[in-house]
Design a protein around this ligand. Structure first.
Ligand code: ADP
Ligand code: ZN
Length: 516
C-alpha cells in the first residue's frame, strides 16, 4: 500500500505538472507500484501514455530518476518538454563539455534534478552518482532493445543488467510497446527483475481503421487517398531513403504539400521537416522508419505503408502514430510480393535470420488475411477479440469468393509447361499470349497453352497468382530466380478436380489530373 501522504499527492501533481485531471487506464496503478518501490514492466502501445508512468513518480521521489533511452536525438525534445512544464530535467551524453557535465553532477548531488536522460553508452560516465544516495528510480524506455527477440535490438542495452546489481533497492520500471511473450521474458531476465509486476495494456486502437491493398499503382492510389483528405496530416512510410524522396517529389508535382524525411538528411533538414509537420505547415511526410519515434502530434489522421514493414511490431508501432487523440484515423498498407522478397534478402545472413524471417511471415499472413485483421493483429500480441472489429477492410467488405478452378488450372498448367523455371512475369505473358522478345526467343509461343488466359488482364492475373501462392497451389522458388513452381496441392487442381476459391481482384480506377 502506498503511503497516504504520497497517495494524496498523485492527482494534484498530475494536474500541476501535466495538466491532466485523470489518469488513463493503468497509469495510476503503475505510478503507485513504482512509488511503492516495486520493479515493473509496462507494456503499452505507442501513444498509450507511458511517460507519465515514470515522470510523475520522479517528481515525488526525493532523489533522481535516471531515464535510459536509446535515442540521443529525442532526449533534447523530451527534456525541453519537461522543462516547459516546470520540471527540472536534463540529458547527459558524451558530447557535452566537461564543464556542463560537472554542473549536472553538482545538481544531482544537491538533489536539484528530478529526471536525467542518458543513453546506455554514456552510463559508464555516471559512475560517481550511481549510488542509492542519489538515485531513487530507474526508468528503461524502449526496453525491448535489450532483447534479440525484439525488433530493434541494440547491443548497448545488454549491459543494463548491472543496474539491479549496483542499485538493488532502487525500483526499475521498464517500458516498451513490444509485447510478444518471448521478448517480455527476455527483458525481465536480462534486467534481473524477474519478480517485476507486469502491466499489459490493451493494444486495441479501435479508432484506427485498418486497410490493406495490393501495391498496384501505389502512387496513384496514394494521391487519390490524400485528395479525399485535403486537410488531414499523415505519414507515408517507405523502405528506402530514395523512395521517400521520389514519392515526396511526385506528391509535390500533384499539388500536395509533402517532404521527405530520412536519416541521411542533416540535422537542420530533419528538424525543419519535423517542425513543419508538427505545426501543420506541411501535410505529408514521406519517411523511413527513422521518423516518428517520440513525435508527439496527436492529430496525425493517417499512416500509409508504401512498403511492407518487416514485422508486425514495427507495423503496429508505426500505425500507432495516427489517431492518438482517439478520433477516427486510417492505416493503409500496400502489400507487395516484391517487398517481401526484398526484405528476405535484407535478412539474409543476419544473426537472428530465422526469427526475422518468421516475423516477416506473420506480417505477410496479416496482409493476406481474409478474416478480421484486428483479430489477427491483436492475437499477435496475445490479446483475443471475441467479436469482429467492423473497422477493417475485411469486416467492411468481406471477400466474395467465386469458383476459380479454371483460372487456377490454366495458371498451373502454364507453370508446368514452362518446366517450373520461369518467374511470374513470363508465366503471365504466356497465359496472355504475348509475343515479346523473350517469349519468341524461347519459343514459348509454340506452347499449347500460349494464350489460354488472354481474356484476363495482366494485373488481374498477377493478383490471382498471388492468391494461388497464398493458398499453397504454387510457390516462388526464391533461390532459383523466383521461378514459379508447383506444389503437392497443384496436383489436386490439375488432376483431382479440386475446387479453388478465388476473390475478385481489387479495381484501381484511372484518374485524371494525376502525374505519376
Ligand atoms: P507513449 O510514450 O506511450 O507513446 P506518451 O507518454 O508520449 O505515450 O503519451 C501519448 C500522449 O498521451 C501524449 O500526448 C500525452 O500528453 C497524452 N497523455 C498521457 N497521459 C495522459 C492522461 N492521463 N490524460 C490525457 N492525456 C494523456
Ligand atoms: Zn475487422
Amino acid at each position: 500500500m502506498l503511503h497516504i501522504e504520497l497517495q494524496d499527492k498523485l492527482f494534484p501533481t498530475l494536474k500541476k505538472y501535466f495538466g491532466y485531471d485523470s489518469f488513463r487506464d493503468q497509469q495510476q496503478s503503475i505510478v503507485e507500484s513504482v512509488l511503492s518501490k516495486n520493479d515493473n514492466l509496462v507494456i503499452m502501445p505507442t501513444g498509450g501514455g507511458k511517460s507519465i508512468c515514470f515522470q510523475l513518480p520522479a517528481l515525488l521521489f526525493e532523489g533522481l530518476t535516471l531515464v535510459i533511452s536509446p535515442l540521443i536525438a529525442l532526449m533534447k525534445d523530451q527534456v525541453d518538454g519537461l522543462n516547459a512544464n516546470g520540471i527540472s530535467a536534463n540529458f547527459f551524453n558524451s558530447s557535452q563539455e566537461s564543464l556542463e557535465q560537472t554542473k549536472i553532477f553538482e545538481k544531482v548531488i544537491n538533489k536539484q534534478i528530478k529526471l536525467l536522460y542518458v543513453a546506455p553508452e554514456s552510463l559508464s560516465l555516471l559512475q560517481n552518482i550511481l549510488t542509492e544516495n542519489y538515485i531513487s528510480c530507474i526508468a528503461i524506455d524502449e526496453a525491448h532493445c535489450i532483447s534479440s527477440w525484439g525488433h530493434d535490438f541494440r547491443p548497448s542495452y545488454q549491459q543494463l543488467g548491472f543496474l539491479k546489481k549496483v542499485l538493488p533497492n532502487t525500483p526499475i520500471i521498464a517500458l516498451t510497446a513490444t509485447a510478444d511473450k518471448a521478448t517480455r521474458t527476455d527483458i525481465l531476465e536480462q534486467l534481473n527483475i524477474s519478480n517485476a509486476t507486469q502491466f499489459l495494456s490493451s493494444f486495441d486502437r479501435k479508432n484506427i481503421e485498418l486497410e490493406v491493398r495490393p501495391a498496384n499503382d501505389r502512387v496513384l492510389q496514394i494521391i487519390k487517398f490524400i485528395r479525399k483528405k485535403p486537410h488531414e496530416a499523415g505519414i507515408i512510410y517507405c523502405l528506402s531513403r530514395k523512395s521517400t524522396e521520389q514519392l515526396a517529389t511526385k506528391l509535390q508535382q500533384n499539388g500536395i504539400s509533402a517532404v521527405a524525411y530520412h536519416a541521411g538528411l542533416n540535422f537542420e533538414e530533419r528538424t525543419k521537416a519535423q517542425e513543419n509537420f508538427i505545426y501543420d505547415k506541411i501535410q505529408v511526410v514521406c519517411a523511413t522508419i527513422a521518423f516518428g519515434m517520440g513525435i508527439d502530434k496527436s492529430n496525425v489522421r493517417w499512416v500509409i505503408h508504401y512498403n511492407m514493414p518487416k514485422n508486425i511490431e514495427g507495423y503496429y508501432q508505426e500505425i500507432g502514430r495516427c489517431g492518438r487523440d482517439g478520433l477516427p484515423a486510417n492505416a493503409l498498407l500496400f502489400h507487395s510480393y516484391a517487398d517481401v522478397i526484398q526484405l528476405r534478402k535484407f535478412m539474409n545472413g543476419a544473426s537472428n535470420e530465422e526469427v526475422q524471417l518468421a516475423k516477416l511471415e506473420r506480417m505477410k499472413q496479416f496482409s493476406e488475411a481474409t478474416t478480421c485483421r484486428r483479430k489477427i493483429l491483436l492475437s499477435y500480441f496475445g490479446e483475443l477479440l471475441s467479436e469482429n472489429c467492423e473497422n477493417c477492410d475485411v469486416c467492411k467488405n468481406p471477400p466474395q469468393f467465386f469458383n476459380g478452378t479454371i483460372i487456377a488450372q490454366k495458371a498451373l498448367s502454364v507453370i508446368s509447361r514452362l518446366k517450373e523455371i520461369e518467374a511470374v512475369g513470363t508465366v503471365i505473358d504466356v497465359l496472355r499470349g504475348a509475343h515479346n522478345a523473350t517469349i519468341l526467343e524461347k519459343g514459348y509461343n509454340q506452347l499449347k497453352s500460349h494464350g489460354v488466359g488472354s481474356d484476363i488482364s495482366w494485373r488481374d492475373w498477377q493478383q490471382y497468382i498471388i492468391q494461388l501462392i497464398n493458398q499453397g497451389y504454387c510457390e516462388i522458388a526464391f533461390h532459383k530466380n523466383n521461378a514459379l513452381q508447383l506444389t503437392d496441392f497443384s496436383k489436386k487442381v490439375l488432376f483431382e478436380k479440386e475446387v479453388v476459391e478465388l476473390t475478385k481482384p481489387i479495381e484501381v480506377q484511372e484518374q485524371k489530373n494525376v502525374q505519376t
